[in-house]
Design a protein around this ligand. Structure first.
Ligand code: UDP
Ligand code: MG
Length: 318
């Protein structure tokens, strides 16, 4: 019996692009099923992330049209990571493999063939890795690449140029369900589950329609989330930096004493002000970084649900 595949697609305000990409996902399932690689029980599972436009109406309409389309709706907008998680958790008991993909057509759907092949070869996780970013603007390419470099410099291990386009088997998802953290950074968490994995390259296309929901501000927030949920390296760096500043201050104090003893003490207003400004700036930054972690702990202790599904396109008893 071939594997049942669920394609998990997060959608937020995607009314322009959904009618174009949904049939593409369906066709991919048909093609893979026709090739005997997956079962015809495979489905496209849309996760409406509290869209304010007609996205949910479109999803419900698709589900009525063809049984291969399924949809769940989150009770409100919670962000891409939570939407993907909701879809994966919903899918994990109904299928053998999941592939998460954005709904804007930027990720090459044809890479799914290779992903499924790798699964059939025994891999439980297959990361989609962007090989070229020719279609991205220079700015997007530059910020996105700096993002990966910055993450790994900060001790958060991620697969280079991999976003959230990946195949994950339900076996891995069952284990992943035990990762209870509220701060989600899926691309850094899935590697922690382990199991045999590999990468499949694809080239990234332009968004078919609509506009990106990941402006620089959200990318920065995602980077901070990624670092603080995967690594405590910034805290170590603060300690290291503190030692350095303390050492420099010690030398400064020695210098001050020596000049005073030699009777050459000058007003020294400028240097004093500089040092005070510098050290207080450093302290504020360090406090801020520690605060980020305290904030994370605060959110984790609340143990709020990571997603709330308000509607499904199917009857739950079924
Ligand atoms: N998305 C979501 N919730 C959000 C923001 C985005 O589910 O709050 C979805 C969006 O519909 C898309 C995917 O996440 O399918 C990636 O978003 P986008 O294409 O805007 O990001 P980019 O590709 O520009 O990084
Ligand atoms: Mg996109």
């Amino acid at each position: 019996m071939p594997a049942v595949l669920y394609i998990v697609v997060p959608c937020y305000n995607e009314q322009e692009v959904l009618p174009i990409t949904a049939p593409m996902f369906l066709q991919k399932i048909r093609d893979l099923a026709a090739a005997g690689k997956i079962s015809d029980e495979s489905r496209v599972l849309f996760v409406n992330d509290g869209s304010k436009d007609k996205t949910w109406e479109i999803i419900s309409g698709l589900a009525r049209e063809d049984e291969h389309y399924l949809g769940i709706s989150q009770s409100r907008n919670r962000g891409h990571q939570n939407a993907v998680l909701a879809g994966l958790m919903e899918a994990k008991d109904r299928c053998d493999i999941t592939i998460s993909i954005d709904c804007d057509g930027q990720d090459d759907i044809n890479a799914m063939d290779k992903m499924v092949d790798e699964y059939l070869n025994g891999c439980e996780v297959v990361y989609g890795v962007r090989e070229s970013r020719d279609t991205d603007t220079f700015f997007k390419r530059f910020t996105a690449q700096s993002f990966y470099k910055f993450l790994s410099a900060m001790g958060a291990e991620v697969v280079y140029n991999h976003a959230d386009y990946r195949l994950v088997s339900s076996r891995v998802l069952q284990e992943f369900a035990n990762f209870k953290e509220v701060n989600l950074f899926l691309r850094g968490m899935i590697p922690l589950v382990g199991f045999k994995s590999t990468c499949v390259g694809y080239s990234r296309a332009e968004r078919i329609a609509g506009k990106s929901h990941y402006p620089l501000k959200k990318m920065l927030a995602l980077a901070v989330d990624g670092i603080t949920s995967l690594s405590v390296k910034p805290l170590h760096m603060i300690t290291g930096f503190g030692v350095l500043v303390a050492f420099a201050s010690f030398i400064g104090v020695l210098w001050a004493i020596v000049t005073a003893l030699l009777g050459r003490a000058v007003a020294g207003w400028a240097s004093t002000t500089c040092i005070v400004c510098f050290v207080s700036g450093v302290q504020l930054i360090c406090l801020g970084i520690i605060g980020e972690y305290v904030g994370k702990i605060y959110m984790e202790t609340k143990q709020r649900p990571r997603y709330i599904i308000s509607e499904r396109t199917w009857n739950e008893e079924k």
